[in-house]
Design a protein around this ligand. Sequence first.
Ligand SMILES: [Zn+2]
Ligand SMILES: [Zn+2]
Ligand SMILES: [Zn+2]
Ligand SMILES: [Zn+2]
Ligand SMILES: [Zn+2]
Length: 202
Amino acid sequence: MGFELDRFKGTVDPDFKCNLCNKVLEDPLTTPCGHVFCSGCVLPWVVQQNSCPVKCQRISAKELNHVLPLRNLILKLEIKCDNHARGCDAVVTLQHLAEHAETCDFSPAKCGNRGCEEVVSARDLDAHMREACEHRAAGICEGGCGLTLTLREQKSSGHCCKHADIKKFQVFQLDFKFLRWFFSCVETDLFPKLQRKLYFAS
Ligand SMILES: [Zn+2]
Ligand SMILES: [Zn+2]
Ligand SMILES: [Zn+2]
Ligand SMILES: [Zn+2]
Ligand SMILES: [Zn+2]
C-alpha cells in the first residue's frame, strides 16, 4: 500500500502513483510489460492471478523488478508526519520519515500504569502517568494492609481491604479482654458489695 496523496506538499506527479492503490508508490516494482506498482500491492496480485494487474499479459512474481531511480525520486518527496492528525506539523522527506517517527513527540504511546488503556502523545505520557491517570499510584491503603492504591481505588473505595476486617476483629477482642478484666475485678472485690447493695435495695 502506498502513501496517501494528501500527505504530500503540492500535487504529486501521476507517474509516482500506483495503479492498484492509486497512492504514491511505496517500494515500486515493475512488470516486464513496464507497469509499476507498490511491491505490497502487486506481489499478492501476481501470486494469485499470475498476470499483470492491468491485464496485459501473464507474468510470475520472479519477473517483477525494483525500479531504483523511481524509488529514489519518490524518497525525495516531502511528506507530512504520520502523526499529523495528532498535532505534529513536521514535514520531512520520505527518506527521513521513519527516522522522524522514532523521535516524534506526537507518536502514540500507551500508558504504562496497570489497568490503563489510554493512548496519548509521547510528549504527554509522563504528565499523564504522573498527574492525570486514574490508574496511577495514589498512596498506601489507610486500612493498614500496606498495599499501594490507585487513584481510582481511592476515589471509588474500590479496594476491599482484608486488613480492615482483621482490625475490627482485633478491636472486638480488646473490648472482650477489657470486659473480662473488669468483671474479674467486680467478682473479687466490688461485686459482692454491689450485690449486697442490690440485695438490700430490693
Ligand atoms: Zn499500491
Ligand atoms: Zn502490464
Ligand atoms: Zn511527527
Ligand atoms: Zn493512564
Ligand atoms: Zn487495604
